[in-house]
Design a protein around this ligand. Structure first.
Ligand code: NAI
Ligand code: MG
Length: 492
């Protein structure tokens, strides 16, 4: 591939240095709002992965022995530096992902600083236990780091997801090789540079490359002692197979098709607002937790839908950098075509009723980017492909229910189990429902984003492992060692 000059800020981070790929090859980076290439980053392959893993393995020898509070202080300094650059980071994220600056990219950059601050503050919580084995024995456990963590992330909230791997992995004394998504590496590379200002070389290495070469090589590298992946269920299964070959622990944050169950007593504006939030329309619904199956009680179906359509129609689509924009563009042509395919399928069904939206405009300013309109199909059935597959675009299906057992059965009739939403003023009813839904995270009467400190993750094919919280960090990034000491010199 033709090499082209990559400026320093867009080079990879390897052993403390900014580097190009060994081959000199690059990847073009597209602005999804204009469909134009505006940057290039290195295209790493197996050789770069090998160098990065070796650098991380070498750095691990001393990083693991840095006192945890000192590691924590470095993370706190990173938090301050990221915070000082929030605006610059947010604009990079908005440009490369197509996510609107005001509603998405700026909050993402802000949350990134919070993530480093949260995990920086947890460094003194890496506690072990003592076991009561009698006066002659002292038995205790230590939380030890695992080694080199291979982390692979997607493009939908790239910088935030990078921080969610880097901060807990480093806090617990591991070193990291992270592969950014080929569609959104620029914000991650900027974050890498900011981290490097406060870290010893080799502790964090960040590569940019495609999944099938760079990602696959990282997954298969024998020097990687833990794999942490966020992305599609399909690739998650490949990562788990790689992990199985070497018996290394793996965390997977995968897809979802999350249900939103609305009871008749929630036929109100706050619930409508909440459903829009839960559907993540302002992220073009490119979110694994999107509440994309809306189960509306038959008695309120039409009225609720009418309010939802009226409110959703007010969302402004457009230039991600414009402060008045609510909703930006879909990440790339492949995803855009995939989303359009689902809309076409819905339009082609005689039993589907289009409540709003439809195919993207073919003329006018929005046709210049990958802009998909919020689209709602009413009178949907839970067994349609539209209701079963993760669309990862702003396409919502509304399904009617009458009996609560039926609603829960439909909600659980999915191979996914990431998030769920329940809407009712009757808290007993809402909680009984929440407890019966198969999901890693159920929200009642709100459709908010993840909060630091919650143990976030999925059940069924939505993933395994939890990384968001203190407990998640300990479970995912440390291994327990037990030490047993005979205190008397005679046999106990
Ligand atoms: P993907 O799962 O292919 O990509 C995620 C990451 O995995 C990227 O860094 C990619 O380079 C890497 N990757 C791809 N193939 C790999 C391989 N063989 N070995 C190692 N790493 C590999 O997701 P993609 O193609 O961007 O989107 C496809 C679908 O996945 C979406 O439509 C959506 O349904 C789902 N998805 C879910 C996400 C989530 O947060 N759960 C995030 C992104 C996509
Ligand atoms: Mg893929």
């Amino acid at each position: 591939m033709q090499a082209c000059a990559v400026p320093d800020a867009r080079r990879m981070l390897l052993d403390g240095e900014r580097v190009d790929s060994a081959s000199g090859a690059t990847i073009p980076i597209l602005n999804p709002a204009s469909r134009s290439v505006f940057a290039h980053v290195p295209r790493a392959g197996a050789e770069d992965v090998d160098r990065a893993v070796k650098a991380a393995a070498e750095a691990f020898a001393s990083w693991r022995d840095v006192p945890p509070r000192e590691r924590g202080r470095m993370l706190l300094r990173i938090a301050d530096s990221v915070e000082a650059k929030t605006e610059e980071l947010a604009r990079i994220i908005a440009t490369e992902t197509g996510n609107a600056l005001r509603t998405q990219a700026r909050p993402e950059a802000g949350l990134t600083a919070d993530i480093f601050r949260y995990f920086g503050g947890l460094a003194s919580e890496l506690k072990g236990e003592t076991l009561p084995l009698g006066e002659h024995l002292l038995s205790y456990t230590r939380r030890e780091p695992i080694g080199v963590v291979g982390a692979i992330i997607p493009w939908n909230a790239p910088v935030l997801l990078a921080a969610l791997k880097i901060a807990p992995a480093l806090c617990t004394g591991n070193t990291v090789v992270l592969k950014a998504a080929e569609d959104a590496p620029l914000g991650v590379l900027m974050l890498a540079g900011t981290c490097q200002e406060h870290l010893p070389p080799g502790v964090l290495n960040v590569l940019t490359g495609y999944g099938h070469d760079c990602g696959a090589a990282l997954g298969a590298h024998p020097g990687v002692r833990k794999l942490s992946f966020t992305g599609s269920t399909e690739v998650g299964k490949l990562i788990m197979e790689q992990a199985a070959r070497r018996v290394v622990p793996v965390s997977l944050e995968l897809g979802g098709k999350s249900p939103s169950i609305v009871f008749p007593d929630a036929n109100e504006d706050w619930a409508v607002e909440g459903i829009i939030g839960a559907m993540r329309f302002t992220r073009q619904s490119q979110s694994c937790t999107a509440g994309s199956r809306l189960f509306l009680h038959a008695s309120i179906f039409d009225e609720f839908l009418e309010k939802l359509v009226a409110r959703t129609s007010k969302l402004r689509l457009g230039d991600p950098l414009d402060e008045s924009t609510d909703m930006g563009a879909i990440i790339n042509e492949k995803q855009f075509t995939k989303v359009c395919g689902y809309i076409e399928e819905g339009l082609g069904r005689s039993d589907a009723r289009l409540a709003m939206g439809g195919l993207p405009p073919e003329t006018g300013p929005l046709s210049e980017g990958f802009f998909a309109r919020p689209t709602i199909f009413a009178d949907a059935s839970n067994d349609w492909r539209l209701a079963r597959e993760e669309i990862f675009g702003p396409v919502l299906v509304a399904i009617r229910w009458e009996d609560v057992d039926d609603a829960i059965r439909m909600a659980n009739d999915s191979h996914y189990g990431l998030a769920a939403f329940v809407w009712s003023r009757d808290i007993g009813q809402a909680l009984r429902t929440a407890h019966r839904v198969e999901a890693g995270w159920v929200q009642v009467n709100q459709g908010a984003g993840q909060v630091l400190g919650q143990s976030y993750g999925g059940v069924k094919q939505s993933g395994i492992g939890r990384e968001f919280s203190l407990e998640g960090m300990l479970d995912s990034f440390t291994q327990k060692k037990c030490v047993t000491v005979n205190l008397g010199l005679a046999a106990p």
